[in-house]
Design a protein around this ligand. Structure first.
Ligand code: SF4
Ligand code: SF4
Length: 248
């Protein structure tokens, strides 16, 4: 190839390819910007996006439905019964909250974001929230603790619940023992007079039935045209022809 020709051809191709590149650059300069300057700017997710689970412990009534629905069993809940004086307030459905939710942990690193827990929650306490920044370099760091009780309160309430349970069990055992003692005492006692008198009454029942049958038969005897009615009819009169001949 002629060196002079090649020299001018390279200059031409350099100018043309530069113009093509600049055309793409100039086109994007006037297009709307889509890049978000994270973390100064943050995108808003669609309302139904499954991002991060959050639990509102003010409204949770400790029903365990979310825990039972979870297919990977990562929701751990611990509850104890509340006493009337604890005054836990009402759930969003208007019913009083009867349980202390001592523990509400979710292992978010194992969550498959299926959304079943949010679907079954009757109070919508567990829900998705528009956040995605809760990351950690360890598995323990991905454990979410939602219960609002301190360790001391948790231990105190657990101990109180166990004491109440033990008292109830003791009272139930005492009641059962009293019941058995009463039954034993009644079993040792001689049979009452009233019981003896009751037996003939029971045995007399079959003897009444034949009497009823007899009544029925008597009634049938008076029915016209029945076999039993025939004997009751009067015999034929003596003024038959045979008797007339004998009298003559
Ligand atoms: S979204 Fe699914 S996997 Fe995650 S906690 Fe809820 S039920 Fe479990
Ligand atoms: S988050 Fe909802 S489903 Fe789970 S225990 Fe609380 S009220 Fe029940």
């Amino acid at each position: 190839m002629n060196p002079l020709y090649r020299y001018f051809r390279d200059i031409y191709l350099g100018v043309v390819t530069t113009c093509i590149g600049m055309k793409v650059t100039l086109t994007h300069i006037f297009m709307p910007t889509i890049t978000v300057q994270y973390p100064k700017e943050k995108l808003t997710y669609p309302p139904r996006a499954r991002t991060m689970l959050v639990t509102d412990m003010e409204t949770c009534n400790g029903c365990l439905q979310c825990s039972r629905a979870c297919p990977v069993e990562i929701i751990h809940i611990e509850t104890v019964k509340a006493l009337p004086e604890d005054n836990l307030g009402n759930a969003p459905d208007g019913k009083p909250r009867r349980l202390h939710v001592l523990l509400f942990d979710v292992e978010m690193d194992k969550c498959v974001h299926c959304g079943l827990c949010t679907e079954v929650c009757p109070t919508e306490s567990i829900h998705w929230e528009n956040q995605h920044e809760e990351v950690s370099f360890t598995r323990d760091g991905m454990m979410r603790h939602w219960a609002e009780y301190s360790v001391e309160d948790r231990e105190r309430l657990k101990k109180r619940a166990e004491e109440i349970k033990a008292e109830k069990a003791k009272a139930a055992a005492a009641a059962q023992a009293a019941k058995e003692a009463k039954a034993k005492k009644e079993g040792d006692a001689p049979p009452k007079k009233a019981d003896k008198e009751g037996e003939p009454q029971i045995k007399s029942t079959p003897t009444e039935k034949p009497a009823a049958k007899a009544d029925t038969a008597d009634e049938k005897g008076f029915e016209p045209g029945t076999p039993e009615a025939k004997p009751d009819k009067a015999p034929p009169a003596d003024d038959s022809p045979k008797n007339d001949e004998e009298s003559k």
